[in-house]
Design a protein around this ligand. Structure first.
Ligand code: ZN
Length: 309
């Protein structure tokens, strides 16, 4: 399974910054050991043309040339630097590449991405550009080159925070279905309307979560038939998470991932996996939860391609 990384494009942060930037490189190191069958490749930088499928020219220029205001940088949560701009493009490029690879091979992944709080002309919550939205529109554009019908894209966003930017971008676009399963009391405090929102209470455990997810997937099945699924597999619903407010165990999160991948595999929906959030006190715990996601992805990948389990 192809997987794209961009951790060597480091986004410099001031000492003590609360974003766990080291998790990206640690994840790649851990996956080399735990999942040697992954075909790891450097994420390409996405093009202006791709970004402009979603973002305004003024915003793309502001990120490129360092013209983000203090307020814009504060909302994003990262100080601007040339490296931050490059890193953001690579993060989007990895998801675009994973989406294209999934259309070819059934499944693929970006070791970064899932930046679902970004809007067309502003970033927010550690998200500069919205990789899921750019990849959805990019895949549709690629598809349109050789097909007469539009590519329907489903975004399954299981990060504990609502995918507000993504919901806003596709609010009037019937070709993209947005599902967000999130904590009702979490950031963002003003929610947008996804095509299907499932808001869970503080302290939600494995059983309640998995039932809600199963119901949500059943409802999606009634309402939409995707040609591509983009999966935002944030591990911040974990009980170990500092920001999450939900109480999923490691086994529960792994079952969550299995449910999504098996659902895609059963229906033969190509699926591209992106990282999303994860803020455990010990960064190793976040990385382990993400490795578990890859184990589940690869389990389905082998079945998809009739390889030995
Ligand atoms: Zn999150």
């Amino acid at each position: 399974m192809q997987a794209f990384y961009a951790d060597h494009f480091v986004l410099p942060l001031p000492p003590g910054h609360r974003f766990p930037m080291a998790k990206y490189a640690l994840l790649r190191d851990a996956l080399i050991l735990a999942c040697p069958e992954l075909e790891l490749q450097e994420a390409p930088a996405c093009s202006d043309e791709e970004l402009l499928l979603v973002h305004s020219g003024a915003y793309v220029d502001a990120v490129r040339h360092g013209r983000l205001s203090e307020d814009q940088q504060r909302a994003i949560g990262f100080p601007w630097s040339a490296a931050m701009a490059e890193r953001s493009r690579r993060s989007v490029g990895g998801t675009v590449a994973a989406a294209f690879a999934a259309l070819q091979d059934g499944m693929a992944a970006n070791l970064a991405g899932g930046t679902h709080h970004a809007y067309p002309d502003s970033g927010s919550g550690f998200c500069v550009f919205n990789d899921l939205a750019v990849a959805a529109r990019g895949a549709q554009a690629l598809w349109a080159q050789s097909h007469s019908t539009a590519l329907p894209v489903l975004i399954v966003d299981l990060d504990v925070h609502q995918g507000n930017g993504t919901a806003h971008i596709f609010a009037d676009d019937a070709s993209v279905f947005t599902l967000s399963v999130h904590g009702e009391n979490n950031f963002p405090f003003r929610k947008e309307h996804s095509d299907l929102d499932v808001a869970l209470p503080d302290g939600c455990d494995d059983a309640l979560y998995l039932l809600a997810l199963s119901d949500a997937l059943a409802e999606v099945e009634q309402r939409f038939s995707p040609g591509l699924v983009l999966y935002q597999a944030g591990v911040d619903p974990s009980e170990l998470d500092r920001l999450g407010r939900l109480k999923l165990s490691a086994a529960g999160l792994q079952q969550r991932d299995r449910m999504v991948f098996e659902w895609c595999e059963t229906h033969r929906y190509p699926v591209a996996l992106t990282m999303g959030g994860g803020y455990a006190n010990r960064i190793e715990d976040t990385v382990q939860l993400q490795v578990n996601t890859y184990r589940e992805a690869l389990r389905c990948w082998r079945r998809w391609h009739n390889l030995a389990p």
